[in-house]
Ligand binder design. Structure first.
Ligand code: BGC
Length: 267
């Protein structure tokens, strides 16, 4: 196994491995990532999110996942929360005790080493999709949206992330964007893809007015059925489906940790 920071030459490409853990409301998943291709090296490992999902309970599971792979290099961890300087500042679909928790310090303690990067889950997915997936080779402003229980957002300009945009909470026509067009709304209200796409279009039009993006990438589980709803969208900016699907969070977390370790090495 090649750990980050020690690239190995293979016949195909230079390998560089990283490690990411994606913390979600129902599952915590981790794995080793090939940072050249953005693919997982071997299987991902998933443990159900403990209930209540307190910082202590979740960080124990994250540490178990890291130990499962015997990984000792930099670790990236996502949270469904605003994260500034390693501190969680909000908590969506995760225990409210996360608010103001120094997640970076907590993970460093439970995992047992200090090379930890913590970032918002949608930001991680955005970084991964922009580099390896739907936004590959696309320059300009790329906005990834994850449609799930809520709506997560990531904004990138020429590959550089503007973190914690939280567009899911913007007001769109008198309602929070995620209360209007998360995929959970489609389920709860039993909307057809066409009906739901109308709400998504409204949300995208509001984001377009703010940013004039060059591309939207639609992520989250519902992006697997993109052919059923993307053609119904009426907004201006092109929308493509995410391609990494359920590995995007892990891959983006690994990439963020590797980038942070790299800037540390350069200092
Ligand atoms: C949260 C975001 C998160 C998104 C997806 C939103 O409700 O505020 O932080 O990225 O859900 O999990």
């Amino acid at each position: 196994m090649t750990q980050a920071g020690s690239p190995a030459i293979t016949t195909d490409h230079v390998e560089r491995h990283g490690f990411g853990v994606d913390v979600g409301g129902s599952g915590i998943k981790g794995g080793i990532v090939d940072l050249v291709t953005g693919e997982l090296v071997g299987d991902r490992f998933k443990i159900e999110t403990p209930q209540p999902s307190t910082p202590e309970a979740v960080s124990d599971v994250v540490a178990q996942i890291v130990a499962h792979f015997e990984w000792t290099g930099p670790v990236g961890v996502t949270l469904p929360a605003v994260v500034t300087n390693g501190v969680a500042r909000s908590a969506a679909n995760i225990d409210k005790a996360w608010i103001d928790t120094d997640a970076k310090a907590l993970f460093a303690k439970t995992i047992g080493h200090a090379d930890i990067t913590v970032l918002n889950d949608a930001d991680a997915a955005g970084v991964a999709e922009d580099r390896y997936g739907g936004g590959k080779d696309k320059s300009g402003v790329v906005v990834l949206l994850t449609f799930g229980t809520g709506i997560g957002s990531a904004v990138l300009h020429n590959g550089v992330l503007l973190p914690n945009t939280e567009f899911g909470h913007l007001q769109v026509d008198g309602k929070e964007a995620e209360h209007r067009a998360a995929s959970s709304v489609k389920e709860n209200k039993d909307l057809s893809y066409k009906e739901w796409a109308k709400e998504v279009s409204k949300v995208l039009e509001t984001f377009e007015a703010l940013l004039w993006p060059d591309l939207f990438i639609a992520g989250g589980g519902i992006s697997r059925k993109s052919e059923k709803w993307i053609p119904h969208l009426t907004n201006r900016t092109p929308v493509v489906a995410a391609t990494l699907l359920n590995t995007a969070g892990i891959v983006g977390a690994a990439l963020a940790a590797d980038t942070a370790a790299d800037s540390g090495r350069a200092r």
